[in-house]
Every structure is written in C-alpha cells, then in structure tokens.
Write a protein that binds this ligand. Structure first.
Ligand code: PMP
Length: 332
C-alpha cells in the first residue's frame, strides 16, 4: 500500500522549463484542485544492460496513453508526443537519476491576467492546461506479497467515467477501495497477524480488488490482475472497466512468448478464490503475488511458480537482459 517516503530531487520539468522542486507550485484556485481535472502517467526507468545506463520502459506507450487520457477529457496538451518523451528523458538526466519513477502530469490550472482574476465554475475549458514531469527515486517497494480484500465500492463503470483514462479525479474511486483494505491491514497489524522480515518491512500488505458493475473482477486500486489456472493465464478484458495497463500488456506478451495461453475473459470472484495462483501487475507494483483474498489462501498461500517465473522474466526484460524486447527500452 502507498506509504513510500519520497526523496525530493533538484528539478521538475514544468511547462517546458526546468524549475527547482521548491518552486513547482500551483494556486489553490486551480481547476484541478476543485474538480480533479488532471491526467497523469506513471513510468519506470531502470538501469539497463548492456550499455549500463538508465533506460525508460515503454516510454512511447505511456506517452501515447497520456494523450489518450487528454483526448477523453478534451484537454489540449501544449506539447507534442516527441517533446514529452524528451521531457521524460531530460528530467532523469537533469536530476542525475539511475533508476526512478517518472510522473508526467497535465492539469487544468489557474491564470490571472490584466483582464481577469480567472474563473470559478465547472467549465474546464477556461483554465489553462499546464504540464509537469517529475522524476524521483522509487525502488521496487513494499511487501513481497499481497493479501487482498474485495472492495464494497464498484470500479467506475464506462458510462460514468472512462476507465481507459488515467485521470486524477478517477482515483477517488481507487482511494475508497484502498481505505477499506487499509482498515483491515491496521486491524491485522494490531492483532499481530502481519509477519515482518528481518529488515522490519511487512512481508504482506493488504490491497483492494474491485469488481465491475456487472459483478465480474475488474482490477486492483492501481494494478491489473491475473490468475493462473491449470497452466493457463486469465485476465479481465478491457470491457470490465480496467485501465489498460502497460505492465499487463507486457506480461501477456512475455507469457505468450514462453508458451502460455493467455485468455482475456470475464472472471468471477469465486474463480479468484480457487485459482492456482493470482498476481497483480503495474508500473509501480511491478509483478506482485497475491497469497490471500478475502481470508482465503490462494493455492498453498505462498507465491506460485508461474508468478515467480514471470516476475523474474519481467525483471530481465526491464533491465535490458533480454534482447527480444529491446524496443521497449528508451535510453536516457
Ligand atoms: N489499473 C490502475 C487503476 C492503475 O492506476 C494502474 C497503474 N497505472 C494499473 C492498472 C497498471 O497500469 P500500468 O501497468 O500501465 O502501470
């Protein structure tokens, strides 16, 4: 769960310029603060072989999704695809980072000029669109496995908000789901039910699973979900209100390349409970085994061999150790 101490970097890319971290501020009258009108991406940069320098994983695909999110909210981004890809590379270089997380963010801001003190109101089109790219260290984090709780909140439905968009306001839905899982984690911790490793980190953390409006499994609060059953992989389809994860897409391709059948289909909660293995995927979380759902152990309650193999393969791919996927890496 998201509790990672942030270490600030020197620079943030803001509207085409590098500014100091301390100076990247916005006004409280910004439209995004009141109405959630922002879109963003989460991208990882890894120290990759063979050259031994930072490389951004699937940069072009993330920036493409960024533009799709913008389109869904009719947000005109004042920079091209190429300019934003270059901004991501620039912010890694400018901060002297090796492995990091990159967060492009576009939001409806606030402007005052000679004629006006800006506008208040829902109409998003009167606010200028600002774009920032932030990069910071963010090692593979947290517990090595997840216990999941099915949320009582339904994942946003496609006629309510566009699940394909990675939009700031939409994450209120994920936060509600996470709050439920977090409450269970707090109670379990108080009861001494959470094991800790030698370094003092929890070995498991509680995460949320959301169902779609039809009652089928959708995804986690910030991750996609897969099951392994009888030697094949299954994952919910786009129409079950998922964000089309780029890690999900990478795992589908990697799993097929090593010979697994991967089926995108509706999955019920009961199928999760009796799956051989369950895992979650996301840029930040990478590949995380799920060892328990709603107090039922998955398989034997330990990370499974297929999950472990795919996790290892994924690490090899993102670190440039598998030339077959070299086109997924953009050198910084
Ligand atoms: N679903 C949601 C709701 C997310 O926020 C994320 C993280 N971006 C994912 C899935 C995983 O997507 P990706 O693999 O592209 O990071």
């Amino acid at each position: 769960m998201g509790r990672y101490p942030l270490r600030k970097t020197r620079h943030i890319w803001l509207n085409g310029e590098l500014v100091l971290w301390e100076d990247a501020r916005i006004h409280v009258m910004s439209h995004v603060i009141h109405y959630g009108s922002g879109i963003f991406e989460g991208i990882r940069c890894y120290y990759a072989e063979p050259e031994g320098r930072p490389a951004i994983f699937r940069l072009g695909d993330h920036i493409r999704r960024f533009f799709e999110s913008a389109k869904l909210y009719m947000m005109d981004l004042p920079f091209s695809h190429e300019a934003l890809c270059e901004a991501c590379r620039e912010i890694v270089r400018a901060n002297g980072l090796r492995e990091c997380y990159i967060r492009p963010l576009a939001y409806r801001a606030y402007i005052e000029d000679e004629d006006t003190w800006g506008y208040i109101g829902l109409n998003p089109l009167r606010s200028p669109v600002h774009v920032a790219v932030i990069a910071f260290e963010f090692p593979s984090y947290g517990a090595s496995a997840y216990r999941c709780i099915t949320s009582s909140w339904t994942r946003i439905a496609p006629d309510i908000l566009p699940p394909l968009a990675k939009a700031s306001g939409q994450y209120i839905n994920s936060q509600l789901a996470l709050l439920g899982a977090y409450m269970v984690q707090t109670m379990a911790d108080r009861a001494g039910l959470i094991p800790y490793d030698e370094a003092g980190s929890p070995e498991v953390s509680y995460e949320a699973i959301l169902l779609d409006r039809r009652g089928f499994v959708s995804e986690g609060a910030g991750e996609n979900i897969f099951i392994v059953k009888d030697g094949a992989l299954h994952t919910p389809p786009t129409y079950s209100s998922i964000l089309k994860g780029i890690t999900r897409d990478s795992i589908v391709r990697i799993a097929k390349d090593v010979g697994y059948d991967v089926c995108e289909r509706d999955i019920t909660l009961s199928e999760l409970y009796v799956a051989d293995e369950v895992f979650m995927t996301g840029t930040a979380a990478e590949i995380k085994p799920v060892v328990e759902i709603d107090f039922r152990a998955i398989g034997d309650g330990k990370p499974g061999p297929v999950t472990e193999m795919l996790r290892q393969k994924y690490y090899d791919v993102v670190h440039g150790r598998d030339p077959k996927y070299a086109e997924w890496l953009t050198r910084v």
